[in-house]
Design a protein around this ligand. Structure first.
Ligand SMILES: [Zn+2]
Length: 149
Protein backbone atom coordinates (compact mmCIF):
# COMPACT_ATOMS: atom_id res chain seq x y z
CA UNK A 1 0.00 0.00 0.00
CA UNK A 2 1.31 3.43 -0.93
CA UNK A 3 1.64 6.21 1.59
CA UNK A 4 -0.67 8.27 -0.60
CA UNK A 5 -3.45 5.74 -0.12
CA UNK A 6 -3.36 6.28 3.61
CA UNK A 7 -5.04 9.25 5.18
CA UNK A 8 -6.27 10.21 8.61
CA UNK A 9 -9.42 8.29 9.38
CA UNK A 10 -12.56 10.35 9.50
CA UNK A 11 -14.08 8.26 12.24
CA UNK A 12 -11.00 8.56 14.42
CA UNK A 13 -9.52 11.98 13.82
CA UNK A 14 -6.03 13.22 14.54
CA UNK A 15 -6.98 14.23 18.07
CA UNK A 16 -7.56 10.57 18.70
CA UNK A 17 -4.06 9.52 17.75
CA UNK A 18 -3.61 8.26 21.28
CA UNK A 19 -6.61 5.97 20.81
CA UNK A 20 -5.08 4.66 17.59
CA UNK A 21 -1.78 3.99 19.37
CA UNK A 22 -3.59 2.25 22.20
CA UNK A 23 -5.58 0.07 19.82
CA UNK A 24 -2.44 -0.85 17.91
CA UNK A 25 -0.67 -1.81 21.14
CA UNK A 26 -3.59 -4.10 22.01
CA UNK A 27 -3.49 -5.61 18.51
CA UNK A 28 0.25 -6.23 18.88
CA UNK A 29 -0.35 -7.97 22.21
CA UNK A 30 -3.22 -10.01 20.76
CA UNK A 31 -0.93 -11.36 18.03
CA UNK A 32 0.81 -13.31 20.78
CA UNK A 33 -2.38 -15.35 21.19
CA UNK A 34 -2.56 -16.37 17.53
CA UNK A 35 -2.79 -20.10 16.76
CA UNK A 36 -0.65 -20.38 13.64
CA UNK A 37 1.16 -23.73 13.54
CA UNK A 38 1.02 -23.88 9.72
CA UNK A 39 1.72 -20.39 8.40
CA UNK A 40 3.64 -19.14 11.44
CA UNK A 41 2.17 -15.77 10.46
CA UNK A 42 0.55 -14.36 13.60
CA UNK A 43 -1.88 -11.47 13.34
CA UNK A 44 -3.60 -9.53 16.09
CA UNK A 45 -6.52 -7.13 15.93
CA UNK A 46 -8.13 -4.74 18.37
CA UNK A 47 -11.36 -2.92 17.61
CA UNK A 48 -13.21 -0.06 19.25
CA UNK A 49 -17.00 -0.14 19.44
CA UNK A 50 -19.22 2.93 19.22
CA UNK A 51 -19.81 2.64 22.96
CA UNK A 52 -16.09 2.70 23.68
CA UNK A 53 -15.37 -0.93 24.41
CA UNK A 54 -12.34 -2.72 22.99
CA UNK A 55 -12.33 -6.30 21.71
CA UNK A 56 -9.27 -8.16 20.52
CA UNK A 57 -8.75 -11.10 18.23
CA UNK A 58 -6.02 -13.22 16.69
CA UNK A 59 -5.93 -15.58 13.74
CA UNK A 60 -6.82 -19.20 14.42
CA UNK A 61 -5.65 -21.77 11.89
CA UNK A 62 -6.93 -25.25 11.24
CA UNK A 63 -5.44 -28.45 9.79
CA UNK A 64 -8.19 -28.08 7.20
CA UNK A 65 -6.61 -24.84 6.00
CA UNK A 66 -9.75 -23.28 4.56
CA UNK A 67 -11.34 -23.15 7.99
CA UNK A 68 -8.75 -20.68 9.25
CA UNK A 69 -10.24 -17.45 10.62
CA UNK A 70 -8.44 -14.12 10.54
CA UNK A 71 -7.69 -11.94 13.56
CA UNK A 72 -10.06 -9.21 12.42
CA UNK A 73 -13.00 -11.58 12.21
CA UNK A 74 -12.37 -13.21 15.60
CA UNK A 75 -12.43 -9.70 17.10
CA UNK A 76 -15.58 -8.70 15.19
CA UNK A 77 -17.39 -11.87 16.20
CA UNK A 78 -16.46 -11.37 19.86
CA UNK A 79 -17.86 -7.84 19.73
CA UNK A 80 -21.00 -8.95 17.90
CA UNK A 81 -21.62 -11.74 20.39
CA UNK A 82 -21.35 -9.19 23.20
CA UNK A 83 -24.15 -7.23 21.55
CA UNK A 84 -22.18 -4.52 19.72
CA UNK A 85 -23.35 -3.45 16.28
CA UNK A 86 -21.09 -0.50 15.42
CA UNK A 87 -17.31 -0.61 15.13
CA UNK A 88 -15.65 2.79 14.80
CA UNK A 89 -12.01 1.66 14.49
CA UNK A 90 -9.86 -1.43 14.22
CA UNK A 91 -6.09 -1.84 14.46
CA UNK A 92 -4.25 -4.73 12.83
CA UNK A 93 -0.78 -6.00 13.66
CA UNK A 94 1.18 -8.67 11.82
CA UNK A 95 4.67 -8.84 13.30
CA UNK A 96 6.05 -10.39 10.11
CA UNK A 97 4.47 -7.87 7.72
CA UNK A 98 4.47 -4.18 8.52
CA UNK A 99 1.29 -2.50 7.23
CA UNK A 100 -0.57 -5.77 6.82
CA UNK A 101 -4.06 -4.78 5.80
CA UNK A 102 -7.35 -6.68 6.31
CA UNK A 103 -8.05 -9.28 3.61
CA UNK A 104 -11.07 -9.00 1.36
CA UNK A 105 -13.23 -11.30 3.46
CA UNK A 106 -12.50 -9.30 6.61
CA UNK A 107 -13.24 -6.03 4.84
CA UNK A 108 -16.71 -7.31 3.98
CA UNK A 109 -17.29 -8.56 7.54
CA UNK A 110 -16.13 -5.21 8.95
CA UNK A 111 -18.54 -3.43 6.59
CA UNK A 112 -21.43 -5.29 8.21
CA UNK A 113 -20.72 -3.33 11.41
CA UNK A 114 -19.70 0.00 9.87
CA UNK A 115 -21.18 2.91 11.82
CA UNK A 116 -23.95 4.88 10.13
CA UNK A 117 -22.62 8.33 11.01
CA UNK A 118 -18.82 8.10 10.73
CA UNK A 119 -16.35 6.18 8.64
CA UNK A 120 -14.66 3.20 10.23
CA UNK A 121 -10.98 3.90 10.82
CA UNK A 122 -8.41 1.24 10.01
CA UNK A 123 -5.11 1.52 11.91
CA UNK A 124 -2.10 -0.16 10.32
CA UNK A 125 1.45 -0.47 11.59
CA UNK A 126 4.06 1.58 9.79
CA UNK A 127 7.74 2.37 9.98
CA UNK A 128 7.03 5.44 12.08
CA UNK A 129 4.33 3.96 14.28
CA UNK A 130 0.99 3.77 12.56
CA UNK A 131 -1.00 4.96 9.59
CA UNK A 132 -4.74 5.20 9.31
CA UNK A 133 -7.15 4.80 6.46
CA UNK A 134 -10.86 4.14 6.24
CA UNK A 135 -12.91 1.10 5.44
CA UNK A 136 -14.39 3.11 2.58
CA UNK A 137 -10.91 3.36 1.06
CA UNK A 138 -10.34 -0.38 1.44
CA UNK A 139 -13.79 -1.46 0.26
CA UNK A 140 -15.26 1.14 -2.09
CA UNK A 141 -18.85 0.75 -3.31
CA UNK A 142 -19.41 -1.92 -0.69
CA UNK A 143 -22.54 -4.02 -0.57
CA UNK A 144 -23.90 -3.99 2.96
CA UNK A 145 -26.88 -4.21 5.25
CA UNK A 146 -28.28 -0.85 4.11
CA UNK A 147 -28.65 -2.28 0.59
CA UNK A 148 -31.16 -4.80 1.89
CA UNK A 149 -33.55 -2.32 3.47
ZN1 LIG B 1 -9.00 -11.56 6.86
Amino acid sequence: MDDEALEPGKGLDKRNAETARSLLAKAQAAANSAYVPYSKFPVGAALLTASGEVFTGANVENASYGLTVCAERTAVFAAALAGHREIVAIAVSAPRALRASPCGACRQVLNEFAPAQVEMTIVLESEDGFKTTTLGNLLPMAFGPRDLT
